[in-house]
Design a protein around this ligand. Structure first.
Ligand SMILES: Nc1nc2c(ncn2[C@@H]2O[C@H](COP(=O)(O)OP(=O)(O)OP(=O)(O)O)[C@@H](O)[C@H]2O)c(=O)[nH]1
Ligand SMILES: [Mg+2]
Length: 254
């Protein structure tokens, strides 16, 4: 069983990509289970095989504890993590090859509290797992937006401890030349440096240089694969990269 966790900032396209990737994998004769890990979602764009909402009632938690949306998400995840073994058993019972896990959008709550990483490690529990980190094309189309998304990606990699593929989500909203430029930023750091120098000034430029140098030294400036969940494009490349990782490729954060 191969676990694929979809992570990224709020609205970066995790749920729609989960849905489109499921369709693509099934169309390639592979068996797929879909897991919804977002307790607060109303109607995800897929039919989940395993759903955290069967284990915790976000609305009721919000009401009975007098919590706001963020507090209720934290409480829901904290409660659900005690049942992670049951969630995993339910996943194992599907006996599918691939497990797509759609993670909650509020990354600062999911990744930077204990329950998120505990949930991820509890679900995968020794099986091969990878995370797809979505960079929203709306943000990463500018050099400083791209750099800050990459920085967040490193931080998420440290939190989850999984090999990670960077996905340039919603690439259909970009022009072909923009996509090429962003892909090249990942391949040739000096191009990103030049683009940053041309767009940032003062302290922003200085910080950007330091961060770029750090990411380059860490070897963490891996490129992002352009994908559109809307047009179903880029999936063959994602699948190829997943195979590379699953067949014993790199694990950056172990
Ligand atoms: N153009 C375009 N829009 C997309 C794509 N993927 C997602 N969107 C849109 O982006 C918005 C957010 O998509 P979701 O899939 O809900 O994103 P998410 O990361 O699951 O959001 P949260 O769970 O709320 O954090 C929706 O309006 C989607 O229709 C894409 O590939 N192309
Ligand atoms: Mg979602």
């Amino acid at each position: 069983m191969y676990f694929v966790f979809l992570v990224g900032t709020a609205g970066s396209g995790k749920s729609l990509l989960t849905s489109s990737l499921e369709k693509w994998l099934i169309g390639s004769d592979l068996s797929v289970a879909v897991v919804n890990l977002d307790p607060g979602v109303d109607s995800p764009p897929y039919t989940s095989d395993v759903d955290i909402r069967e284990y915790v009632d976000y609305g009721e938690i919000m009401e009975s504890f007098g919590l706001g949306p963020n507090g209720a998400l934290v409480a829901s995840l904290d409660m659900a993590v005690s049942q992670v073994n049951d969630l995993r058993d339910e996943i194992l019972e599907t006996e599918r090859d691939y497990v797509l896990v759609d993670c909650p959008g509020q990354m600062e709550l999911f990744a930077y509290r204990n329950s998120g990483p505990l949930m991820v490690s509890g679900l995968a529990a020794g099986d091969t797992a990878v995370s797809l980190y979505l960079l929203d094309a709306n943000i990463s189309r500018t050099p400083s937006g791209y750099l800050s998304c990459m920085l967040l990606g490193v931080s998420l990699g440290i939190r989850f401890g999984l090999p990670q593929l960077n996905i340039l989500s919603k690439s259909d909203i970009l022009m072909e030349e923009e996509i090429d430029e962003i892909v090249q930023w990942g391949e040739e750091p000096y191009l990103l440096e030049g683009a940053l120098d041309g767009t940032a000034e003062g302290i922003k430029r200085e910080y950007s240089r330091y961060i770029l140098e750090m990411l380059t030294n860490l070897g963490s400036l891996a490129g992002a694969i352009p994908v559109s969940a809307k047009d179903m494009s880029g999936f063959d490349t994602v699948y190829g990269e997943l195979q590379r990782v699953f067949s014993g490729g790199d694990n950056l954060y172990e």
